[in-house]
Design a protein around this ligand. Sequence first.
Ligand code: URC
Length: 302
Amino acid sequence: MSSLAAARYGKDNVRVYKVHRDERTGVQTVVEMTVCVLLEGDIETSYTKADNSVVVATDSIKNTIYITAKQQPVTPPELFGSILGTHFIEKYSHIHAAHVNIVTHRWVRMNVDGKPHPHSFVKESGETRNTQVDVHEGKGIDIKSTIKDLTVLKSTGSQFHGFLRDEFTTLKETWDRILSTDVTADWQWRRFNSLSEVKSNAHKFNNAWTIARNTTLKTFAEDNSASVQATMYKMGEIILAAEPLLETVDYSLPNNHYFEIDLSWHKGTKNTGKDAEVYAPQSNPNGLIKCTVGRANHKARL
Ligand SMILES: O=c1[nH]c(=O)c2[nH]c(=O)[nH]c2[nH]1
């Protein structure tokens, strides 16, 4: 005998673009996002008894995403996700949770001849702004915001020494190395009790994103890094201190290695240590360093 232990379903990879046209100034603003909505509730019989009467078709879920984007603001994404998720639990009495994931692509206004262009944009690298919104009927709304794939490199100002040495160690200590990573930073908001509470705090979402991004870049650039671990912890501390509604800040940082190349085989060319100029960027393997920074009263899960 088996039973359904868990189930959720919905539409993934729904690509949506919305333009706002300011008729007065002629300035247009665009948002492009990729949305996933998964629903949970009294839907067991659709799996166990082929009962489709409880199924809100994933096609209808996609349509709802489009209609909500038309009728409601799509920024900040945390607000749009909350409005969308709340719609499903209010509209369908047998749906008890909606999980909304939004990836917002970075179309940044072009500067042409030093002036912001009214309707032309450039996509800035692979970086995205994401949010995961989980709306739980009768419990509230959990929101996590994310910066994903913000790729950075510093050519000095990073060290790594004093690490444990034993019979498995070959890595040399360094007081000056290249540091590069693809930043994933998440910040978890304390639970919102209702959609109206999300709405009354909506101005904080863009602000927190700006703080998180600026803090990540500034700390990365300015910290004379003892390790990825020590630098990422400093970032998390600063972000938590700046926004009281945040419970935790998470970082996940691959250490994208750049290896020195010994070129002494060519006419005694010096290219190591203080003479190193030409390096070999590595794609794998890479270090992967993660942490969650919480408040002092936050229970650690180490
Ligand atoms: O900043 C670092 N942290 C590590 O844990 C580690 N391990 C390693 O080989 N290089 C590095 N660098």
